[in-house]
Design a protein around this ligand. Structure first.
Ligand SMILES: [Fe+2]
Length: 394
């Protein structure tokens, strides 16, 4: 067992302790009574300790406000060994990497406030091209198969076997599934609106704290909550449709206890960003829907669950199908192959269960150290959402 495997083994063990506790909650019939008010908490550990640089996860063991240069460590190998293997050969290279990481720490610290400011500016000065997209979620925008699958999942006699008959299983072992989500008409309307927003001179945020190659080259993205699409579209999609489905598919990953999300649209195009390095999502569960447009290439690929990127070998390749969504666990190592031609726009919804992540941050694999944030923050809560033992209900 090499050092990577040893470390990840430890992460697995810690992670499974969380899952066992979460499963216990489900098995004892405890359910969230009501959706909690929006969380406003992020993990300070995550904001300062985990970075993706190329296909490498770099952990800098420092406290917020500490000196990035004080004690840099990289999981499983000495700094010099890993950095050399990634092309960081000279002291100039190393200094450049440190500068990029320091920049990233500062960016993460400012994320919440800057996002709130962008949202306020968009709300006051942006005029949508498709106001209909902002209407409260109508069943008619959803694919009939998606509605039927969610309806089945919420029915009293639903079980996993019955649900799997309604999904396309892409990998039984990796627990990756696909199903139609939106109608073609809605995908078109959403793309028109997103294109209109992209053409505006309003500021656009980067959606997540995972960045591609440590620099400003992450794919073009729009955060849906900044655009005002959380309340009418994403929140009801999560609460009414995704939650019952995820509760059956991934109960031990908080599928029944989803209480927040981060939703964004990524764009890949020639001359812009064409691919995404392998990574984990800062989410218990993920929905990734291909909205269009016409494109070739850009397949998703999946490795193991919390597999070290450096040892990624056998992968599962999944081509996108417009209108359809892929469901997977956030900890499933994955990335996007280079786009061939055309433009690819995908809606990604990171689904979070504070009951699970409050105990162990999925990105740090350590208990989260919480700091105040805007909106849903990173999906943590300072207190457990209210629960009730349904066995006591009559
Ligand atoms: Fe991802």
């Amino acid at each position: 067992m090499n050092e990577w495997e040893h470390l990840l083994g430890a992460q697995h063990r810690a992670w499974h302790k969380v899952l066992i506790r979460a499963t216990g909650l489900v098995n004892r019939g405890r359910v969230v009574l009501r959706p909690p008010t929006p969380n406003s908490v992020s993990s300070a550990l995550f904001s300062s300790s985990l970075f993706f640089w190329g296909c490498m996860c770099v952990s800098w063991r420092l406290k917020v406000g500490g000196n990035l240069k004080s004690n840099p460590r990289i999981h499983g190998h000495s700094c010099s060994q890993v950095l050399r293997s990634r092309g960081c050969l000279s002291s100039d290279d190393f200094q450049q990497l440190l500068a990029e990481l320091e920049q990233e720490v500062e960016r993460r610290r400012r994320l919440g406030q800057e996002s709130a400011a962008r949202k306020a500016l968009i709300a006051s000065s942006y005029r949508p091209a498709r106001p209909d997209v902002y209407a409260p979620l109508q069943d008619a925008v959803l694919a009939p198969e998606f509605r039927a699958t969610a309806e089945y999942s919420a029915s009293p006699n639903a079980d996993l076997g019955g649900l799997l008959q309604k999904l396309e299983t892409l990998s039984e072992e990796k627990r990756i599934y696909r199903l139609p989500v939106f109608t073609a008409a809605f995908c078109g309307a959403l793309l028109e609106e997103l294109g209109h927003f992209e053409q505006s001179d309003l500021p656009k945020g980067r959606p997540n704290t995972m960045n591609n190659h440590g620099g400003p080259s992450a794919p073009r993205q729009v955060l849906l909550h900044e655009l005002g699409l959380d309340e009418p579209l994403v929140t009801p999609l999560r609460e009414r449709f995704l939650q019952p489905l995820m509760a059956l598919l991934y109960p031990e990953y908080g599928g029944a206890l989803l209480d927040s999300h981060r939703a964004f649209v990524v764009k890949y195009a020639p001359g812009q960003d064409r691919e995404l390095a392998c990574h984990y999502d800062n989410a218990e569960l993920t929905l990734n829907v291909a909205l269009g447009k016409a494109f070739t290439g850009g397949a998703l690929y999946f490795g193991g669950f919390f597999q070290a990127p450096a040892v990624l070998t056998e992968t599962l390749e999944v081509e996108h199908v417009v209108g359809q969504g892929i469901l997977h666990r956030g900890g499933q190592l994955h990335g996007a192959r280079p786009l061939g031609s055309g433009e690819r726009w995908n809606l990604v919804v990171w689904l979070r269960a504070s009951t699970v992540r409050n105990r162990l941050c999925p990105m740090c694999c350590r208990p989260p150290c919480l700091v105040d944030d805007e909106g849903f923050g990173d999906g943590f809560t300072r207190e457990e959402p209210p629960t009730v033992d349904v066995c006591t209900l009559t």
